[in-house]
Design a protein around this ligand. Structure first.
Ligand SMILES: [Zn+2]
Length: 207
């Protein structure tokens, strides 16, 4: 841990808040293949406290079934409603612009979805990444799903896909965002910036 903090300290200024978060939660940083193009190592931060936090405040019911039932898209942070799936902002983001894509069907496994549902999810993911790249100047993405409790799913009953924008050097603030309180004001601001672009998307399946 000390070695880890020392190496991180060389790259970023660590505040007392950062240090206490690291000390209390013992995050694991896995160093991956170096990005020789930009001379910055790519690191993947695993934030186990985040999932515990989500599970601790879990509401009754299923948010991926309940939120689309509500007509107030802004309040529900829903950016786009497709025919078979929808896009919403993650209330517990790993990073600014962290989106979730879920089918309307309540299923815990991608294999239980129809080909049309899976296809639309991929199209929505593609459209989401194009928009975030344009609006937020994202330099890369993590895209995927956590399946089952052991796979790290916060809500395992209803399969959903994460689109997490990445910027070079962003790993130093990710654990801080993941640990601290939900920043709804910031989410609404991002929502307002992204929503007009999501209103304008048309999927291949629409034509
Ligand atoms: Zn559901």
């Amino acid at each position: 841990m000390d070695t880890l903090l020392t190496s991180i300290n060389k790259k970023v200024k660590i505040t007392d808040e950062h240090t206490s978060i690291f000390a209390n939660t013992q995050p694991i940083v896995r160093r991956m293949k170096p990005d020789t193009t930009h001379q910055l190592p790519l690191t993947r931060l695993w934030a186990p406290w985040r999932i515990e936090y989500i599970r601790s405040i879990k509401e009754d019911g299923c948010i991926f079934c309940d939120k689309p039932e509500n007509d107030d898209d802004r309040e529900m942070l829903i950016l786009h409603r497709g025919k078979l799936a929808f896009v919403m902002m993650n209330l517990f983001p790993y990073n600014n612009g962290h989106l979730l894509i879920a089918p309307y069907t309540h299923a815990d496994n991608p294999g239980d979805l129809s080909c049309e549902e899976r296809s639309e999810i991929m199209e929505l993911a593609d459209a989401s990444m194009i928009i975030i790249k344009k609006v937020m100047k994202a330099e890369g993405f993590n895209f995927g799903a956590n399946i089952g409790c052991a796979g790290g799913a916060g809500i395992e009953e209803h399969v959903h896909f994460h689109v997490v924008p990445r910027w070079r050097g962003d790993t130093n603030f990710m654990p801080v965002l993941g640990h601290t309180k939900v920043q709804v004001d910031g989410l609404k601001e991002s929502y307002n910036n992204l929503k007009p672009h999501f209103d304008g998307i048309s999927l291949k399946g629409d034509t």
